[in-house]
Structures are given as structure tokens and as C-alpha cells.
Design a protein. Structure first.
Length: 402
């Protein structure tokens, strides 16, 4: 039994600064998810008993994000008690992995309608709070040739010959595109304002965009990863990559993704389930894939994951109209576009995580909402969404308008 997995709706919260001064710090992670569940229900006049499961990505599922937040959010939102919930972590891929898993559930016929997405409140549950051997165990650090991702990003730039000017120019363009998209109203239909318990507005727009960002303004920022590199991590890289003499440290806070709070959800279902709920499909999920990639740099996975999707779908990179390549660091989408032979003109056309932030477990689902709206606005057909992933992995998802 093979079904088509359709996307019926795709929404997200705005992204707030991931610190105590951020506008979403007052909102708990479950409040962010609850807000979107209620919005999906109301805007689609959805009988929630028709939903089988809620699959929620969360990179740090502890504290306020622990205890299977997906299921507890379902109950808190007042959805039908028959709706199950599961929380998963595939590091930064978690939000997109949840969508791929939901699509697989629907395509197999195991379930008919699934809500999938992610959440991360980085101001309330700091990154790394869940520990783990990869970070905490010196033996594992050494055995796996671990370096911080920023060192990996600088290495990726070094291997490609990307200069500080190159990555800063990419970052400035991300801010310009994001600011322009908001000014033109491109995010209005997919971004759901977050209010507090009393209905007072907390945030209705991405909080970290700086429209006045320029290459010149970024040039004053010091490299963020030079010091840890000198402390020994550069040596790990040089032992592994013998073709380079030194790591060129070009990344800093201005050309790397920011820590932010946010959530995103997509409503995914079969044709029959959509008809039963009186919903019109917007797109279908054609294919998804994950791969393991080099674990020291750990940022090179987007290219092979995209190629895996393309091969399974019988397509070439040139067949894809728009691309969303997560801007974990500037060198990541630059490297991916270079390797795939695609123009940066069709990559992250409304800005990316450098401008708007990277709410870890939610980002993949946020990218789906962004590119789906842009496909509709431009009357285009296909889009690829991809992210690099901690531990050395890559994930990609191909969607097609219907």
C-alpha cells in the first residue's frame, strides 16, 4: 500500500533571541507548541480526532522540553485524547526528520494524518544541557576526533578557499534578504504571533534581523573560534586534513547562525485523510533521505544527502527550482551550492539562519514553511530542504507543489 504524503498546512512562530532578554523567553517550549497546535486547528477547522500522531523534533529534550513534550502539548492544547505524540532528536536535523518520518508513516499507510515539526527554547534550555559522551567523555572526544562545529566551519572555508570577505558578504546578503522578505509581507501568512497567558503580544516578527548589516560592519568582529583552535582543536584538524597548513578562522557571531527560540509545525496526510478533513493539499513530499558524513568537520552532509534524494527521485540538481540550505555557518550553504553546481540566487531567497537564527529542533520544519510559501508566490514547482547535522550527518527533503 503506497500513499502520497501531502502537506496541507505549514506554520511557525517568529524566532526570538535565545537569551533571557529575548522576547520569547517568557514563553515556555510547550507554550510555543501549544500556540501552533491551536492555530492549525482553528485555521483549518480541523477535527483533531482525525490526526493520528504529533512528531516533534527537539535537540535538547530535557527540563521544560523533556517528558515527551509532543504528547503533553497535544493534551495541553485540548486536542482529542486519541492523538499520540513522540519527541525525537537527530541534532539539527530533528525538525526535518520529524517531517520525513511523518511522510513515511503516511506513505506506508500506517497512519493517515500526522502533525510534524519541532521546538527549541534556547533561552530556557541551553544547548548541551542534555550532556552526552560526545561532549563530556574525553575518551570519546579523542576517539571520534571531535572539534567544535565552528572549527569545522572554518575548516570547510579553508578547504574551499572561502575568504573572510566571502563569508561576510554571504552573511550580509542573508540579512538583506530576510529584511526585504519581511518588509514585503512574504512571512505574514506562515508566522503565527506568540502572546502570553493574558493575550498580550510577546513577538510577531523574527527578532535578530539586522537590515543595516554590511561587509564593513561585520569586518570589525573578531573570529570566534581562533582561541579554541589554538587550544588544540586546530591540531586535530591538521592531523586529519594534511593538505592544509593552517585553519583560516573566518567565522564569528555575525556570519554564523544565532541561538533563538521558536517552533514550527506542518500538517501532513494522505489524499483520503485530507478529503475527510475538507482540506486542500499545497504540496507533496516526494522523497527524503539521511546520510552519515565526515564527523570531525560534521558540516559536509547536505551535498550527499541531496544527491541521495535526487537519485531516488530520478532528478538532477538543475531540476530543482528553489533550495533551502540551513545557514548553520556561512561556509555550509556556500560549500553545498558549489558542490551541487547551483546558483546562490536560488538558495535561501528570503534569508536564512544567519539573519533569523537557528532554533535547532525546529529549523528544518521552518525551512519547509518558508520555501513552500515562496514556491506558491513565484508559481514554481520543486524545492529541496537540507541541513548539516551534528555528529557528521546530512538530511534532505524534496517537496513538489500540487
Amino acid at each position: 500500500m503506497t500513499e502520497v504524503a501531502y502537506i496541507y498546512d505549514a506554520i511557525r512562530t517568529p524566532r526570538g533571541k535565545g537569551k533571557s532578554s529575548g522576547s520569547l523567553h517568557q514563553a515556555t517550549p510547550i507554550w510555543l507548541v501549544r500556540t501552533l497546535l491551536k492555530e492549525i486547528q482553528s485555521r483549518n477547522n480541523l477535527d483533531t480526532s482525525l490526526v493520528d500522531d504529533v512528531v516533534l523534533g527537539c535537540v535538547t529534550p530535557v527540563g521544560e522540553q523533556g517528558s515527551d513534550i509532543a504528547r503533553i502539548a497535544v493534551i495541553d492544547a485540548g486536542w482529542d485524547e486519541s492523538v499520540a505524540g513522540v519527541t525525537l532528536s537527530r541534532f539539527c536535523a530533528s525538525g526535518l526528520e520529524s517531517i520525513n518520518l511523518a511522510a513515511a508513516k503516511v506513505m506506508s499507510g500506517m497512519e493517515d494524518m500526522v502533525v510534524a515539526g519541532g521546538v527549541e527554547s534556547m533561552s530556557r534550555v541551553p544547548m548541551g544541557s542534555d550532556g552526552g559522551a560526545w561532549y563530556m567523555d574525553p575518551r570519546v572526544n579523542t576517539a571520534t576526533q571531535f572539534v567544535p562545529q565552528g572549527i569545522g566551519a572554518d575548516t570547510l572555508a579553508t578547504l574551499n578557499g572561502f575568504s573572510r570577505l566571502d563569508v561576510d558578504a554571504f552573511a550580509a546578503e542573508s540579512h538583506r534578504r530576510a529584511a526585504a522578505a519581511w518588509e514585503k509581507g512574504y512571512y505574514n501568512t506562515s508566522v503565527v504571533p506568540v502572546t502570553d497567558l493574558n493575550g498580550m503580544l510577546l513577538l510577531d516578527k523574527d527578532e535578530t534581523i539586522r537590515p543595516d548589516t554590511t561587509v564593513e560592519s561585520l569586518s570589525s568582529l573578531n573570529p570566534s573560534f581562533m582561541m579554541p583552535g589554538k587550544m588544540g582543536f586546530d591540531s586535530v584538524i591538521l592531523d586529519k586534513y594534511t593538505t592544509i597548513e593552517a585553519v583560516n578562522h573566518v567565522h564569528h557571531a555575525g556570519n554564523s547562525s544565532g541561538l533563538v527560540d521558536g517552533s514550527a509545525l506542518c500538517l501532513i496526510g494522505s489524499k483520503r485523510a485530507g478529503e475527510k478533513a475538507n482540506l486542500k493539499p499545497r504540496a507533496k513530499i516526494t522523497m527524503g533521505a539521511v546520510i552519515g558524513s565526515e564527523p570531525t568537520i560534521m558540516l559536509s552532509g547536505p551535498t550527499p544527502s541531496c544527491l541521495k534524494v535526487l537519485q531516488k527521485a530520478g532528478l538532477k540538481a538543475a531540476d530543482i527550482d528553489l533550495w533551502e540550505i540551513n545557514e548553520a555557518f556561512a561556509s555550509v550553504p556556500m560549500n553545498t551550492a558549489k558542490e551541487l553546481g547551483i546558483s546562490l540566487d536560488i538558495v535561501n531567497v528570503n534569508g536564512g539562519a544567519i539573519a533569523m537564527g537557528h532554533p535547532l529542533g525546529a529549523t528544518g520544519a521552518m525551512l519547509v514553511t518558508t520555501v513552500l510559501n515562496e514556491l506558491e508566490r513565484r508559481d514554481l514547482n520543486t524545492a529541496m530542504i537540507t541541513l548539516c547535522v551534528g555528529g557528521g550527518m546530512g538530511i534532505a527533503t524534496l517537496i513538489e507543489r500540487v
